[in-house]
Write a protein that binds this ligand. Structure first.
Ligand SMILES: [Zn+2]
Length: 296
């Protein structure tokens, strides 16, 4: 009897205090496979009605599009976070990673290879998480970066569904190995711009972010047909009447339309007084009072 009571007590504690405020795994809570799941509880509440947006870009670095985006961000004096696939970093594009760090953006991991972590056994997930976070640390060291944050974004936002282990428990272990404390933040997002849908135009992608801040017209995808595993989408207009008023926006720096959408969004944000802020300046993602120095 004692165990379940303790478990539910610590779950209550975690709901009321740490885990749902910060996107770090809660230090003393043992996460239960297939029970402690979902990410509605990890929305960025501090950005609600703040008129603030955090720009995050996944799946890079891309040979031509990431540099184009970096040029744009530099011109417009905007900072972003890049969730890269560490397996994509090689001699031909490491200068792009160098630019990300030297131009003040946050370098973060989106896993080594973008596999769905729910399909991986514990040993594989543990090894890959260690390797990808260690690689980000070695890149930070190589380019003398003073970034202390360590963000990891689950591919597809997928975690917690493996039967035999829970990703957050492993994340705490790996973090202890690398930093000696709980430093890996599993950054989810609040606003999916839907920029991965090929039929979305840059205008529509930008409008999808704006509508979540200010309300109004937005665009969603609907499956039109799937032939031999090839899915065609159609775009449907809809209205957001109660916008969240700010949040972390998900984009991808591997599509031309996403770079164009970012340009449109930044211009409109300036006209509409929407502030673009760096991820680590947001409460849920803050590293204030953490040292998080790599020990490896
Ligand atoms: Zn991705």
């Amino acid at each position: 009897m004692i165990k379940p009571i303790l478990a539910s007590m610590s779950l209550m504690l975690s709901i009321n205090s740490y885990a749902n405020e910060k996107q770090f795994p809660e230090g003393t809570f043992v996460y239960r496979p297939k029970v402690d799941t979902g990410f509605e509880q990890y929305r960025t509440k501090s950005l609600r009605n703040s008129n603030k947006i955090v720009l995050t870009f996944d799946d890079g670095p891309h040979r031509t599009r990431t540099p184009k985006l970096l040029d744009l961000l530099k011109r417009e004096n905007v900072l972003a976070t890049f969730f890269i696939l560490t397996k994509n970093v090689n001699a031909s594009n490491i200068h792009i990673v160098e630019r990300i760090l030297k131009e003040g953006h946050i370098l973060a991991s989106h896993d080594h290879d973008h596999d769905n972590n729910n399909g991986e056994d514990e040993a594989t997930y543990r090894e890959e998480l260690y390797n990808t976070v260690a690689m980000i640390e070695s890149l930070k060291r190589k380019y003398n970066s003073n970034q202390i944050s360590s963000f990891y974004r689950f591919p597809y936002g997928a975690y917690g569904q493996s039967k035999l282990y829970h990703h957050f428990n492993v994340m705490k272990d790996v973090s202890n190995q690398i930093y000696g404390e709980n430093c890996i933040n599993f950054a989810f997002w609040d606003i999916d711009s839907d920029d991965w849908v090929a039929q979305m135009t840059p205008e529509q992608i930008s409008q999808n972010i704006i509508a979540h801040v200010k309300g109004g017209t937005a665009y969603k995808h609907k499956v039109k047909r799937t032939i031999f595993g090839n899915t065609k989408y159609e775009i449907k207009k809809y209205k957001i009447n109660s916008p969240i008023g700010g949040g972390v926006a998900l984009l991808h720096d591997i599509h031309e339309r996403s770079i164009q959408a970012t340009e449109i969004f930044i211009k409109k944000a300036k006209q509409m007084n929407i502030e673009i802020v760096p991820l680590d300046e947001v409460d849920e993602f803050s590293y204030k009072n953490k040292s998080c120095q790599s020990l490896i």
